[in-house]
Ligand binder design. Structure first.
Ligand code: UDP
Length: 240
């Protein structure tokens, strides 16, 4: 019998910023390796893991749009392509330590990765493969947080685990206020009404409408990814 953990299938969201760490190039291989080895340990326990990667370490559409005459849609397509670079890097890292991994892109790049096919993604997960979803939702004007919420709902994953560079959601900015307190739990309503910068509004409301809890946690602390995936207390849990 498989031991039962809190979640059987999770959607891990890794932002581009988290992948970059403080490395001078865009990706820190130590971070991708840390992600790979923690994900490896939980997939061996039988927990299914899908990953959505961001691209902000390479290109963020919203901050380029407008400058040098770049329209928002073009900027966002470049941003989506950036997520594919991160996905391939992460896939190569995972496969280097023996975790079977598939990348699925939201728009076709057939020579590089599979196209996103929901049933096929689910099949991969059932076979114990990690699936990395790249190119966000495939649409400009969205974010990879929204892609995480969307893919989570589509593949019937039970939770969005948002790996960041902060310990969770605070009641004030911990960089400026040493007394800022970390929330263990929050409701969706608290997040949206207090405008806590957890995720953009589209992403958080999509989670709320589909009753998908969100865990915000720090990926830089060793063991945190494992804890989050196994459903142990880490960071801030948003739900209800
Ligand atoms: N993006 C997009 N549609 C999506 C997801 C992402 O247009 O569905 C673009 C957008 O320009 C965004 C960039 O891809 O700025 C990188 O994604 P994001 O900013 O969400 O990455 P993260 O903040 O997680 O690193």
């Amino acid at each position: 019998d498989k031991p039962s953990y809190k979640w059987q299938r999770v959607l891990l969201k890794v932002s581009g910023e988290a992948l970059a760490g403080d490395h001078s190039q865009n990706i820190d291989p130590k971070i991708t390796m840390a992600i790979a080895s923690e994900v490896a340990s939980v997939t061996r326990l039988g927990i299914e893991v899908a990953i959505v990667v961001g691209g902000g370490n390479i290109f963020r559409g919203s901050s380029w749009a407008g400058s040098s005459g770049l329209d928002r849609s073009s900027a966002d397509y470049i941003g989506m392509l950036a997520t594919v670079m991160n996905a391939i890097f992460l896939q190569a890292t995972m496969e280097s330590i023996g975790i079977p991994t598939r990348v699925q892109t939201a728009f076709r790049m057939s020579e590089v990765a599979e196209p996103y096919i929901r049933r096929r993604a689910v099949r991969h997960l059932e076979k114990g493969r990690v699936v990395i979803f790249a190119a966000g939702t495939g649409n400009p004007f969205f974010t990879t947080d929204t892609a995480a919420a969307l893919r989570c709902a589509e593949i019937n994953a039970e939770v969005v685990l948002k790996a960041t560079n902060v310990d969770g959601v605070y009641d004030d900015d911990p960089r400026h206020n040493p007394n800022a307190r970390l929330h263990d739990t929050l409701t969706y309503h608290e997040v949206t009404s207090k405008d806590l910068s957890v995720m953009d509004m589209t992403a958080i409301t999509l989670c709320q409408e589909n009753n998908i809890p969100v865990v915000v946690f720090n990926l830089n602390k060793p063991g945190n990814i494992t804890k989050a995936i196994k459903g142990e207390q880490v960071g801030t849990l948003i739900g209800g």
